[in-house]
Write a protein that binds this ligand. Structure first.
Ligand SMILES: Cc1ncc(COP(=O)(O)O)c(C=O)c1O
Length: 361
């Protein structure tokens, strides 16, 4: 795998073979800087969710300024990030399996580790493991604010769980989290849903504070709810992830971020009004629809396992030429690749491993 050339030496010629995942690092850096500008003066921090790309080189470049540490979804992601030297990690997910709890506690020996909890049983498992290892693990009580996925249902449940945590050695209650999920600008009742979610978060926080528990951190929000979360007085920490790479669907919003990622394909078959690329579902996540052509318009895109059939106006691109598409779903797209090519000012400069690819355990 190619690496950046040491200063004074010529950069190696990077040979990209399609289909390939290509990151425009200038746009990525501009997105990271734009979030930093949004956060300026708010007193809030961001904890970038790295499930988006599972790539330590990118996670490192999101840190600094208001970014105090990272968010992960799985213990495997956390392990890959800690291995790369990242030392402040929040697993914003429930970890119940004692073997995974043991792995998490092992990480707490070399990094500051926090984890979401919504039940006394895993709290007890975590406490025993942390006490045995002589480490302290931070915990945030997960509050079900909107998704009806994980999280305690009521403020009373949050207080009851806080009492269990208080009695449990090796654990430190840092606060609460409540993920409201992706809400599109066009979603019916968006404002009402968000108001309800943030009211639930505030109720849980107030109940904990009234019961005498510290709530230093109120962690919430993804890219689609970033602006509302920034305006919310209770939220202290933003867990957004997609902002750094972006997805075409979110470009409609008033967010200052641009798409930074392309799937590069080659025209392998050419017909009047139609081309076929070597880009299929095996290399691009389709949950939010097919990828969007960059630099030209298509009237229709049909995706097979290894093919994208694109209907477009003539003249169509030449056989063998390369074409870029913006993936609709960035997280599954990254998880389908071993490495991401890095392009600066239109030139390939590097290639970084997607180290936590497949680390869903
Ligand atoms: C718990 C949690 N927090 C934050 C995020 C980040 O949201 P986004 O990737 O839309 O920025 C996610 C994404 O799925 C998530 O599951």
């Amino acid at each position: 795998m190619a690496t950046t050339a040491p200063a004074g030496r010529r950069a190696p010629v990077l040979e990209l073979s399609t289909p390939a995942l290509v990151l425009d690092i200038d746009t990525f850096e501009a997105n990271v800087a734009a979030l930093e500008r949004l956060l300026a003066g708010t007193g809030k921090t961001v904890r970038p969710h790295v499930k988006t790309h599972r790539t330590p080189e990118l996670a490192r470049r999101q840190l600094g300024g208001s970014a105090v540490g990272i968010t992960c979804a799985t213990v495997g992601e956390a392990e890959a990030m800690a291995e790369a030297g990242i030392d402040d990690i929040f697993v914003a997910n429930e970890v119940v399996d004692p073997r995974k709890v043991a792995r998490l506690v092992a990480l707490a020996g070399r990094a500051r580790i926090a984890v979401a909890v919504d039940d006394p049983e895993p709290v007890a498992t975590l406490s025993r493991a942390a006490a045995r290892a002589g480490v302290e693990v931070d915990v945030l009580i997960d509050v079900d604010v909107l998704l009806h996925r994980c999280g305690v249902a009521t403020p009373a449940d949050a207080v009851a769980l806080a009492r269990v945590i208080e009695r449990s050695g090796g654990l430190r209650l840092r606060g609460i989290m409540g993920y409201e999920g992706r809400l599109r600008l066009t979603d019916d009742d968006r404002a009402a849903k968000l108001a309800q979610a943030y009211a639930r978060l505030a109720d849980a926080r107030d109940a904990l504070v009234a019961a005498g528990f510290p709530v230093e951190v109120v962690s919430a929000a993804g890219t689609s709810t970033l602006l509302e979360a920034l305006a919310n007085p209770e939220i202290t920490e933003i867990q957004a992830g997609v902002y750094a790479l972006m997805e075409p669907e979110l470009l409609d919003s008033s967010l200052p971020f641009q798409c930074a990622v392309a799937i590069r394909g080659t025209v392998i078959s050419r017909h009047p009004g139609r081309i076929v690329l070597d880009v299929g579902r095996r290399v691009v996540g389709m949950e939010y629809g097919p990828p969007v052509p960059i630099g030209f318009a298509a009237s229709r895109i049909a995706m097979g396992d290894e093919h994208a059939t694109i209907e477009m106006a003539d003249p169509v691109p030449a056989l063998g030429s390369e074409v870029d598409l913006a993936p609709g779903q960035i997280r599954t797209t990254f998880n389908l690749h071993d490495h991401v090519w890095v392009s600066r000012a239109g030139r390939l400069i590097d290639s970084w491993p997607i180290t936590a690819r497949g680390s869903s355990q």
